[in-house]
Design a binder for this molecule. Structure first.
Ligand SMILES: [Zn+2]
Ligand SMILES: [Zn+2]
Length: 660
């Protein structure tokens, strides 16, 4: 009895303790209360065991944390699984730690650089010292990683002082880690441990190594320490891991398919573009067949833009350094890009144009503008140059010089929504015309909390963010909204396209900008005769022609839509005897705007067909005795085979139907 009374007596104390519990806000807005020190994993368990099994990390107040790290304050918590990009990157970065552990076990004394996650998988830069490491040894490392994964060793996090961190890596003899520690602030340094391995790392990590069920080390490459050619070259090991074995199998099939479609390989086979050491890395050279594709895309876009009220301009490839100082581009990118061009004139400096926007601002500002001129849509196929490190270059998708289908729309804040809707229409039209059927839109808005970093008035931001959200909704786009992803100068909408083999590409951006009109002091006269600043919208449906064509080649596997393909028909005479007829036929087709070639080589017809198939020419017209006599063509389609004999008029009709 006494005990019970005591219990009652302490009850108020419990109530008091309850008050000091912390509030955890989940993504659905629900709030749960927990004792301080609760971890995201424990929160997951309190919801369901099944959920907890899938948790890899957590977003705690917009920062990605270990699921095992204690939370002491009121927080918003989002549990991250394999389905979240941050979940995947935590998984892959943790895999890099396990690979490092495996390497230390097999090659004692290896020194480690950095080991981040990348878009697909992870890498670690390793100094093998006296061990000679080649790609043949990857399977052995793979096996060791698998063994360490099955051991299911937990990851743990440790705050460590700078001195202790230095002592640890001095004793271990790892100069790279010591160099990294040198750049860190005491009090903000953490170590992570798993199994027999300790690494200097900010984290976060997955709960334990057992989450990894499948591993594949993909390749090795040389990489200079800190990307600097003056430093030692380390060995970069690339790998990928998955939480299910089945996913690895699927990924390897995808890799094979991607290899076949690689635009660098197809670009060579189809004679679309080339690179030349003498011209310079990252500077694509368009061959006649590739140029045809480019020009057709340009013509298509020009026509669409004309119908949609754009005006076309041309601006120079270089501009005075001052222009980019005004625009802010020099301050932001100047040091890491192509350096100024000096003329014989004292003190004169020009930059290769990195962006078209400053030039277009000058066009807007060159004469007084009235509200009646808005929206003013200035378009240009503008070639720009941006320096990329040689290691970053990749075919047409990462280059140093490229042409944007750029346009800048100068408008009032009230016009933003309609302009967004019109650009969304254009982008969707482009996708449809080129066979991209699967896409979503990402809306990037301001950070919900930290708003000091954004320029422009609160009123304008609210207006433009709402305009984008409403425009996307009214156009029926499937959207994801990302807070904190807006640029400091305005919100934006990006299209994410899924290609034929399921890879995601960002194509097409529409971006609001309050910054450049301010920097260039752009103005227009309003209806009540006062002055106002226009809003600027940057947009490029293709992005760059280079990257777009690179993605398109891989998406359609070199089988371009009929309207775009370089040679629509290949006329294949069975022998020299039919050459004249073949040429007359080509002439006839050209009058109906059908483009093609005649294969006049003294090759057997079988060979001619095979080569036309190789070049992925969509339609082959075979002509011999019978065709000449009856003024007919035998039609063959790429990947299909014979489709029968047609009269010349009949073929033109057949072709035009296919174009639609
Ligand atoms: Zn780490
Ligand atoms: Zn721009």
């Amino acid at each position: 009895m006494e005990l019970l009374e005591q219990f009652h007596l302490v009850k108020p104390k419990f109530a008091h303790f309850k008050l000091s519990m912390i509030n955890i806000t989940l993504p659905d807005g629900s709030v749960r209360q927990y004792d301080p020190g609760i971890s995201a994993m424990e929160i997951a368990r309190s919801i369901s065991e099944g959920l907890a099994r899938n948790v890899l990390a957590a977003k705690v107040n917009d920062e990605v944390w270990d699921s095992f790290r204690p939370i002491y304050e009121d927080s918003s918590v989002k549990l991250l699984t394999w389905d979240d990009a941050d979940g995947k990157s935590t998984f892959w970065h943790s895999s890099a730690h396990i690979m490092a552990e495996a390497l230390e076990a097999i090659y004692p004394g290896v020194k480690l650089g950095i080991g981040p996650s990348i878009e697909n998988g992870f890498y670690y830069d390793v100094d093998f010292g006296d061990h000679a490491f080649t790609a043949d040894q990857l399977p052995a490392v793979e096996a060791k990683i698998q063994e360490l994964a099955s051991a299911d060793n937990p990851f743990s996090r440790q705050d460590i002082s700078k001195d202790e961190a230095i002592n640890y890596f001095t004793a271990k003899g790892d100069p790279y880690k010591l160099e990294l520690i040198d750049g860190l602030t005491d009090g903000q340094i953490t170590f992570y441990h798993q199994g027999n391995f300790t690494d200097l790392c900010r984290g976060p990590h997955i709960p334990s190594t057992g989450k990894i069920k499948a591993v594949k080390l993909l390749n090795i490459a040389g990489a200079y320490w800190r990307g600097d050619e003056k430093n030692k070259q380390l060995t970069r090991l690339y790998g990928i891991t998955f939480p299910k074995a089945k996913e690895l199998t699927e990924y390897l099939i995808l890799l094979e398919e991607a290899k076949k479609r690689d635009h660098r390989k197809l670009g060579k086979e189809l004679e679309l573009f080339m690179f030349s050491e003498k011209v310079g890395a990252g500077l694509p050279i368009w061959l006649p067949r590739g140029t045809m594709i480019r020009e057709r895309l340009e013509r298509f876009m020009r026509q669409e833009q004309m119908e949609r009220g754009y005006v076309q301009v041309v601006t120079p490839h270089i501009g005075k350094k001052d222009l980019y100082v005004t625009s802010g581009h020099f301050e932001k990118y100047g040091k890491d890009s192509f350096q100024p061009i000096h003329t014989p004139e004292e003190g004169e400096e020009f930059l290769l144009k990195p962006m078209n926007c400053p030039h277009h601002c000058e066009i807007f500002g060159h004469k007084p503008r009235s509200y009646k001129e808005l929206p003013l849509r200035i378009a240009e196929f503008g070639t720009v140059y941006r320096y990329e490190q040689s290691g970053e270059l990749n075919g047409l998708t990462r280059v140093r010089g490229f042409t944007q289908d750029d346009a800048h729309i100068f408008c009032t804040a009230d016009q933003i929504k309609d302009e967004f809707k019109a650009v969304i229409d254009l982008v969707i039209h482009v996708f449809a015309k080129l066979g991209f059927e699967n896409y979503t839109a990402q809306i990037s808005l301001r950070d919900k909390v930290n708003r000091d970093k954004y320029i422009g008035s609160e009123e304008n931001w609210v207006k433009s963010e709402n305009a984008i959200i409403e425009a996307a909704a009214e156009k029926g786009l499937v959207t994801v909204t990302e807070y904190g992803e807006a640029a400091f100068y305005g919100p934006k909408l990006d299209f994410m396209v899924k290609d034929a083999i399921g890879r995601k590409w960002q194509l097409g951006t529409i971006q609001v900008d309050y910054n450049l009109p301010e920097r260039f002091e752009l103005e227009y006269i309003t209806s009540d005769n006062s002055k106002a600043r226009p809003v600027m919208i940057h947009r490029a449906p293709f992005g760059s022609l280079e990257r777009f064509i690179g993605v398109l080649i891989e998406h359609c596997n070199g089988n371009f839509p009929l309207w775009l393909t370089p040679d629509q028909v290949a006329i294949l005479p069975i022998s020299e005897k039919f050459e004249e007829f073949a040429k007359t036929l080509l002439n006839y087709l050209e009058k109906s705007d059908i483009r093609g070639l005649v294969d006049v080589r003294a090759e057997k017809i079988g060979r001619k067909i095979r080569d036309a198939e190789m070049k992925k020419v969509p339609i082959m017209l075979i002509i011999g005795e019978k065709e000449l006599e009856n003024n007919e063509v035998s039609v063959r389609e790429h990947g299909i085979g014979d489709v029968g004999t047609m009269t010349l008029e009949g073929f033109v009709t057949y072709f035009k139907q296919k174009l639609i």
